[in-house]
Design a protein around this ligand. Structure first.
Ligand SMILES: C[S@@+](CC[C@H](N)C(=O)[O-])C[C@H]1O[C@@H](n2cnc3c(N)ncnc32)[C@H](O)[C@@H]1O
Length: 251
């Protein structure tokens, strides 16, 4: 049974801890790696990252009148994937780390939003400054794992969605088959820090990334968290043998 109450954890271990430990770390890491983040993602996913984002966009019920909130949107990878494939009324691209949004703003200026209306805002997903029932679709990729109070973030996402609105959440997950899981764990231990060192020189930041992936709940447990936050129609789709999963949930 998933505890629906808020409690804060250290996102590197999943163990109870003050929120500040994870919040300060995440701000430092993403400030340090903002400029190299996308190149790291491309290589470390063996160029699968855009395919996974495209699938996220396919699963999101986006129409020309949709108001979309991209939570933990970083440099805009999800937002710009939406802009490549759909034409919603508006996307609000939000993130906790200003340096990540600075990269996104440069991409908007360079035309990556195409003709879609995109705004950016620094926002902590665990405490969002938006009215109830403000968005039709909320997207989030690789965000929830970095938040020390995940139940608070999921409840906030539900609160700001309109009734019937959909949350689409892409996150690293757990390959269900033991052999693939064993290879994946080896890749997390050795491959991810090595790619991180190569692109940023900050190996330790990527040891954190690997630890946080290992400590993140597997597919079914994350479904339980979404239900505990009040969502219905909770479902998920595995990608890359379950190393990544997209969860969808309806308010
Ligand atoms: C791995 S990046 C993902 C960025 C983007 N969604 C993508 O797919 O490339 C994780 C992002 O989560 C953001 N983040 C971490 N904690 C957050 C919080 N409490 N509220 C909002 N964003 C947060 C970080 O600043 C970082 O930009």
């Amino acid at each position: 049974m998933t505890d629906s109450k808020s409690h804060t954890i250290d996102t590197a271990t999943g163990k109870e801890a003050p929120a500040e430990i994870s919040e300060e770390r995440v701000l430092n890491i993403f400030t340090e790696i903002a400029e190299q983040y996308e190149r790291f993602n491309r290589s470390s996913s063996f160029h699968q990252d855009h395919k996974w984002l495209d699938r996220l966009v396919e699963l999101a019920p986006i129409t020309s009148s949709s108001r979309i909130l991209d939570v933990a949107g970083g440099t805009g990878e999800v937002t710009f994937a939406i802009c490549r494939k759909a034409h919603p009324a508006h996307i609000l691209l939000t993130d906790y780390t200003p340096a990540m949004l600075e990269v996104a703003k440069r991409r908007i200026a360079a035309g990556d939003a195409r003709s879609v209306n995109v705004d950016t805002q620094v926002v902590d997903a665990q405490k969002m400054p938006f009215e109830d029932n403000s968005f039709d679709v909320v997207t989030m990729a690789y965000g929830i794992r970095n938040m020390p109070d995940r139940m608070a973030a999921l409840r906030e996402i539900r609160r700001v969605l309109v009734p019937g609105g959909t949350a689409c959440i892409l996150e690293f997950s757990t390959p269900p088959r033991p052999v693939e899981r064993a290879f994946y764990n080896l890749y997390l231990k050795w491959g991810i820090p090595a790619w991180g060192q190569h692109y940023t020189g900050k190996r330790e930041d990527f040891v954190y990334l690997a630890d946080s992936i290992k400590a993140f709940p597997a597919q079914e447990e994350f479904c339980d968290m979404l239900r505990a936050a009040g969502f219905g129609h909770v479902a998920y789709e595995n990608l890359a043998f379950g190393a990544v999963a997209i969860h969808t949930a309806v308010k």
